[in-house]
Ligand binder design. Structure first.
Ligand code: ZN
Length: 233
């Protein structure tokens, strides 16, 4: 083997190890971390864990936004005092490969400084008609912060109506901090309205709703046993 090839291989191994380390560190307290790690390392062994993009459970309001395994649920906790505000869907692919589609109709906004995130306003909550809700999609950027959001939605996009199934971008692993990747997944959360026409802070679980009734199956860690999340209908 040529020296240059050896150096490249060593660098790739180091990059892989660093990515794994960051992922492990941030998720170390999750009870189902091992299952997620197993899926990320060997997605080909678990095709039955994957739900296909565009599929819908019965007459549920939302459809699957990506091909993937729902590895972390709403109210999962991997750090004392932290409660996961949404669901994490893992593709088992590299960043920039797996398409992310809108789970529902809505009005899309991408703030001027958002590299990896879009939010969709749903004026009439299909689960509780009469109230407005928001659906937040994030991690759609490369580890260095290069955006993977579709060119149709440049930074600063405001209130563009799109239908369920519209391509939003590609799944990435950007955490918000360049060089600190999260493991390739889509984080989706259903966010409360602040009553004045804006969304509440998604980082606090109290500002979000349990996504289970939107997808038509259990996505709440409090209620879920060890079964792989999916439609039982
Ligand atoms: Zn998440």
């Amino acid at each position: 083997m040529k020296t240059s090839t050896k150096i490249i291989l060593a660098a790739l191994v180091a990059i892989g190890a660093a990515g794994g380390y960051y992922f492990y560190r941030s998720r170390v307290y999750a009870g189902n971390t091992l299952r997620v790690m197993d899926f990320i390392n060997h997605p080909e062994k678990h095709p039955d864990w994957v739900i296909k993009a565009g599929t819908r459970c019965g007459d549920a309001p939302f459809q699957m936004p990506v091909d993937g395994f729902i590895g972390f649920l709403w109210d999962d906790s991997w750090k004392i005092g932290h409660h996961h505000q949404g669901i994490d869907i893992f593709s088992g692919t590299e960043p920039g490969v797996t398409n992310v589609y809108a789970a529902s109709d809505g009005y899309l906004t991408r703030q001027a400084d958002w590299k990896s995130t879009v939010i969709m306003r749903i004026p009439n909550d299909p689960v509780q008609p009469g109230r407005q809700i928001w659906v937040y999609y994030t991690h759609m950027a490369m580890p260095d912060g290069t955006s993977l959001i579709d060119a149709a939605f440049p930074a600063g996009t405001k209130e563009v109506f799109i239908k369920a199934g519209t391509l939003l971008g590609k799944m990435g692993n950007y955490s918000g901090t360049p060089g600190n990747p999260t493991g390739v997944h889509l984080h989706l959360s259903v966010v409360k309205d602040d009553g004045r026409g804006l969304y509440k802070n998604e980082l606090d679980i109290n500002n979000t709703y349990d996504p289970s009734p939107y997808f038509g199956f259990n996505l709440n860690r409090h209620n879920q046993n060890d079964a792989i999340p999916g439609c039982q209908k």
